[in-house]
Design a protein around this ligand. Structure first.
Ligand SMILES: [Zn+2]
Length: 255
């Protein structure tokens, strides 16, 4: 379907971009991305994906906007305090780009809803803030062969890994288990510096745009780490573990 004159103006910088153009923009419009977590990572990721014209964005988050979120969660503003983050995000994204369909879910990702939530989407972005959710996303995506982009932040640092289950290393291939102190009950780490999730969430958006359009090289089999204090990005090579409990040959199908 052709772009309207309004869409042609809106996406002019993409349509004129060598190596991108109308074909890639059409693929974005047909794209479906689920963003789990509408906080520090989800804010920039959702902003850029909506601005870029991704056709369908799903949003999952059970939480309400708290004043302490506003130091980094740039989708939300002071008048949104007390509202569900998903509602605040939908309002902001709809105002940004009315062409994007938004599917809000004010609920916590859990073992019993993950499959249904993930099924309609081409790609999942892990924008969560805890290890339990990150490993759940990894394991369900591995079982469903659903591509996803892992990310995490702490203090002044962040990391990123794109996973094509069955083809590239997953989170458990690199870190078979969450860190021992990372129980859901443990106190959240101090920080992060507000702009750190902005950097990493923006990189997740770039990975999603490349995945949907088929351009460039995805960040697979490479864990990219970022140290904001040292201004240093480091790619760490990752290899698939044939005995990986999530994506290896002997992985048990998850119910
Ligand atoms: Zn694996």
């Amino acid at each position: 379907m052709a772009f309207s004159s309004e869409e042609r103006k809106r996406y002019a910088r993409h349509l004129d971009l060598p190596g991108f153009g109308g074909h890639a923009q059409e693929r974005l419009r047909a794209g479906r991305v689920l963003v789990v977590g509408c906080g520090g990572l989800g804010s920039p990721a959702l902003y850029y994906l909506a601005a870029a014209g991704v056709g369908l964005l799903g949003l999952v988050d059970p939480d309400l906007v708290d004043i302490s979120n506003l130091q980094r969660q740039i989708l939300h503003a002071t008048p949104d305090i007390g509202r569900p983050k998903v509602d605040s995000a939908v309002g902001r994204l709809r105002a940004l780009n009315p062409h994007v369909r938004l599917s809000p879910h004010v609920e916590r990702l859990a073992a019993d809803n993950a499959r249904d939530l993930f099924a309609p989407y081409d790609l999942v972005l892990d924008c969560t803030d805890n290890f339990a959710a990150k490993y759940l996303i990894n394991d369900v995506c591995a079982a469903l062969k659903k591509p996803f982009v892992h990310a995490g932040i702490s203090g002044f640092c962040g990391q990123l890994l794109t996973v094509l289950p069955g083809q590239s290393a997953c989170l458990r291939c690199v870190f078979p288990e969450p860190p021992p102190l990372a129980s859901p009950e443990s106190a959240p780490a101090a920080g992060p510096l507000g702009a750190i999730p902005g950097v990493i969430g923006s990189l997740q958006a770039v990975e999603a745009l490349k995945f949907l359009t088929g351009i460039g090289a995805l960040l697979t089999d490479t864990l990219l780490t970022y140290d904001g204090l040292e201004a240093e990005f480091k790619p760490v090579h990752a290899t698939r573990n044939p005995a990986c409990p999530a994506c290896g040959a002997g992985a048990k199908p998850k119910e």
